[in-house]
Design a protein around this ligand. Structure first.
Ligand SMILES: Nc1ncnc2c1ncn2[C@@H]1O[C@H](COP(=O)(O)OP(=O)(O)OP(=O)(O)O)[C@@H](O)[C@H]1O
Ligand SMILES: [Mg+2]
Length: 580
């Protein structure tokens, strides 16, 4: 590696500045980038207490000479660029000369480094920017950076940190990203006493790395190569997910974020995947300097494309070519789950502690429909509040459009969305069973394997006692869970259900939800899966049973996701409209 120099003022002014250490994962990111820039073929990452008490990154790269250690931690000191023009040509991940200095300012940082085996290396120790120790130290070729007491002098920053589980997830994600960007480098990651992808083998095969990290097989592969840019896309539509966490973009081996790009890529799958589902996507691009600018964002996570639309179009075209041929061919019968992909309409708030209590009845008024809400002061008095519904008077008339049940009462016609009704009924039943004891579990003769990502598996594992209460007994392996029992009545959507429950659990941690609300969300999902769907055959006696069951519910007129169960047209309105 060239010698480290302090950048002249005119170059500093040109560099995109700003705070880069916002959370433990930012430290891991900067240290892993440095290790990759040093030409390492092996990188070992360790973290304790979500990185707050300890992070270390060890590499076998070029090392830092003893006399350059103080410069490595000095602000605007870098070996990667010398002048302004170098920025536009830069191929290294770092170039600002700011990362180690920033870490030093908010933590205790030790660097052990040597430029060759058998050559005396050095150690430097800084705390909050102050030098505590600096001396010769025997160590193998390469560098180990240890960071302790992160944010010890920044109490406000500490207060706003996310939960430890969430921060661990961020560390895992960032190391995954770099491991995916550089399959030629061996990586290991240990968080507390858990090893994630121990010793990923090195090869040039990006697909092999994806397989090793996520277990996805059978990539659909698309490629474009021209003199100014190359593009390789690996898509795994058969492994579609409910979130975009499995989508990555690498430009010149730099992981970047660019939601417009991902959107363009996903548009190519339109009509090919169920609504609300996202394909795991790994997009690798090489772009010659001049058509991209990496000096946009201090954390170097964003880059500017000279003509972004050309890039988006290219990604779209290459993927669309693949999928338009088979459009709608792969998932013809996969059911969509209402309340899953489709968010409830904004006018109908979700139930919950903070949500205003509404009856949920949809009532036809003056030629349009409105949510009947009697929400206190400003709530308009509904024309048929649920308190006024006389459930005994319901007479089943028939089924319509495969998804509605029609009932008549002396003063109205009621159109029931039977999936929503069943969700409400199942939800209240499961909740009751959970609060009163254990839910009945249905043991599977042969356990069903569901492949999941490490963070999903962790989320499920940590909540396994709770899941057992839901009737879900799981066995865990590195990349899969084996479903041994299901809640009684659950009908074969294991993968979807587990993905969604784990996403809820991960989210819940993010928003610091309490256990009760996690339970509530997971129960909603199970209730949804247990409930009949549009197109399912509903017999007359079953339709009538809905009324009996809804009558027992505490909130009969809304499904657990907040959508109305019934649309009511009062006879008086029909008389008006039909001029009787
Ligand atoms: N693991 C490492 N191996 C070898 N040299 C390193 C290592 N880490 C840091 N250095 C040296 O220390 C210098 C300062 O590192 P630092 O991360 O602060 O800045 P940078 O990588 O140059 O730019 P950026 O702020 O964008 O990351 C680097 O330019 C590099 O010369
Ligand atoms: Mg750096």
């Amino acid at each position: 590696m060239p010698r480290i120099n302090v950048l002249p003022e005119e170059v500093r002014n040109y560099i995109s500045c700003g705070e880069v250490i916002e959370s433990p994962y930012s430290v891991v990111k900067e240290l892993v980038e440095n290790a990759l820039d040093s030409g390492a073929s092996r990188i070992d990452v360790k973290a304790l207490d979500a990185g707050l008490s300890f992070i270390s990154v060890t590499d076998n790269g070029s090392g830092i000479a003893y006399d350059e250690l103080p410069l490595a931690v000095a602000p605007f000191a870098t070996s990667k660029i010398k002048c302004k023009n170098d920025i536009s040509q830069v191929r290294s991940l770092g170039f600002r000369g700011e990362a180690l200095a920033s870490v030093c300012n908010v933590a205790a940082l030790k660097i052990f480094s040597s430029v060759a085996d058998g050559v005396a290396g050095g150690m430097i120790y800084r705390e909050g920017g102050r030098e505590i120790d600096y001396r010769k130290f025997a160590c193998p070729k390469g560098t180990t950076v240890e960071v302790r007491k992160l944010f010890f002098n920044a109490p406000v920053r500490k207060r706003f940190l996310k939960s430890p589980k969430y921060m661990n997830g961020e560390i895992l994600r960032i190391v995954q990203e770099y491991a995916l960007s550089r399959p030629d480098v061996v990586f290991s990651l240990r968080i507390d006493d858990k090893n994630y992808f121990n010793d990923l083998d090195a090869s040039d095969d990006e697909r092999a790395r994806v397989l090793k990290i996520f277990g996805f097989e059978n990539a659909d592969y698309a490629e474009i190569a021209n003199p100014v840019m190359g593009l390789r896309c690996f898509a795994y539509p058969l492994e579609y997910k409910s979130s975009r966490r499995w989508q990555f973009i690498f430009v010149n081996k730099r992981p970047i974020t660019n939601s417009a790009f991902l959107k363009a890529a996903e548009n190519a799958f339109e009509g090919y995947l169920p609504r609300g589902k996202h394909p795991p996507l790994f997009i690798y691009m090489t772009a010659s300097s001049g058509i991209i600018d990496v000096n946009v964002h201090p954390a170097k996570r964003e880059i500017r494309f000279q003509s972004p639309r050309t890039f988006y179009q290219m990604v779209y075209d290459v993927l669309r070519n693949k999928y338009s041929k088979n459009k709608m061919a792969v998932y013809p019968g996969k059911p969509e789950i209402p309340g899953d992909s489709a968010a409830p309409p904004p006018a109908l708030p979700l139930q919950g502690a903070d949500a205003p209590k509404t009856t949920g009845a949809m009532i036809y008024t003056q030629g349009h429909c409105a949510a009947a809400a009697h929400t206190g002061a400003e709530g308009r008095k509904p024309e048929a509040p649920d308190a006024g519904i006389r459930w005994d008077n319901f007479r089943y008339v028939g089924k319509s459009h495969g998804k509605f049940l029609i009932f008549s009462t002396p003063d109205a016609i009621h159109i029931m969305d039977f999936h929503a009704a069943a969700e409400r009924i199942n939800y209240e039943k499961i909740k009751l069973k959970i609060t009163s004891g254990n839910i009945a579990a249905q043991k599977l003769l042969v356990p069903v394997e569901v492949k999941l990502d490490a963070s999903e598996i962790d989320a499920l594992k940590e909540n396994s006692a709770f899941l057992v209460k839901l009737g879900l007994a799981l066995k865990y392996s590195i990349r899969s869970v084996f479903v041994q029992s299901l809640p009684a009545g659950f009908s074969g959507l294991e993968k979807d259900m587990l993905e969604k429950i784990s996403a809820c659990l991960i989210d819940g941690k993010k928003h610091n939800d309490i256990f009760e609300s996690l339970a509530d969300r997971a129960v909603k999902i199970i209730a949804c899966h247990m409930s009949p769907r549009a197109g399912d055959d509903i017999r007359a006696h079953e339709a009538e049973a809905f009324i009996g069951e809804l009558k027992k519910c505490s909130e009969p007129l809304r499904c657990p996701h907040g959508r109305p169960v019934m649309f009511t047209i009062p006879v008086s309105k029909m008389d008006l409209v039909l001029r009787r």
